[in-house]
Write a protein that binds this ligand. Structure first.
Ligand code: SAM
Length: 203
């Protein structure tokens, strides 16, 4: 098995050279700090790309973590599988290739941590589908929710991104208006929404 830090450095280089979007250096510490605090056992990741965040989550989660990660692109999923198989987390991670909106309907069981990082225009749909798959104390973290400053209106949004921005605002309303969740929006990186489901006496 290769050392995780060497693999991660190689993946960062691959991402840069092949223009594969991976969570940026400001968002990553927030994601990892959240996973370390939560120590989840069953993780759902929507948007694998080459498995970069998948491996970092595996390393920060509980020792027995099982991760289901969803990716549309065959090529990216294959690259992710190769990297993951070179790590000690090969048996902890299952990649589901296909449209996440459809894969979500086939998943079984409950997840205590969900990382949403795929098609930004689909976040509300992902959340509605994920809702039935959450444990009572699940945490849902979504990346890119402030999308280049357009979502808060800090930067004027070009016409081609208007639908995405509308859907991201809808996602933020879905999680913030829902009494079952306590949501914090972090402005780090491209913006992260951290939604903790409140269970029992915390409601
Ligand atoms: N989470 C990864 C990381 O930080 O290392 C980065 C994920 S990247 C930002 C988003 C990924 O979502 C891309 O690889 C893209 O192919 C995938 N994607 C886009 N639309 C999708 C869909 N409808 N279903 C599944 N995956 C999708």
């Amino acid at each position: 098995m290769e050392k995780l830090e060497d693999l991660i450095a190689e993946m960062e280089k691959y991402g840069r050279e092949n223009r594969v979007p991976i969570i940026n250096e400001k968002g990553m510490p927030v994601l990892l700090e959240t996973v370390r605090r939560k120590k989840p056992h069953r993780v759902l990741e929507i948007g694998t790309a080459i498995g970069y965040s998948t491996l970092l989550i595996a390393d920060a989660a509980a020792d027995d973590v099982q991760i289901d990660t969803l990716e549309l692109s065959d090529e990216r999923a294959e690259t992710a599988r190769k990297y993951i198989d070179r790590s000690r987390y090969s048996r902890n991670i299952t990649i589901h290739v296909g449209d996440a909106g459809e894969s979500l309907l086939r998943l079984k069981g409950k997840y205590d941590f969900v990382f949403i990082d795929a098609a930004k225009g689909q976040y509300p749909d992902y959340f509605r589908k994920v809702y039935n798959l959450l444990t009572d104390d699940a945490l849902v973290l979504a990346d890119n929710v402030l999308f280049r400053g357009y979502v808060l209106g800090k930067v004027e949004c070009p016409r081609r991104f208007r639908t995405i921005v509308k859907r991201l605002r809808e996602y933020i309303s879905l999680v913030t208006d829902n009494d079952e969740f306590q949501t914090v929006i972090r402005e780090d990186g491209d913006g992260l929404a951290i939604s903790q489901r409140l269970s029992g006496e915390n409601k």
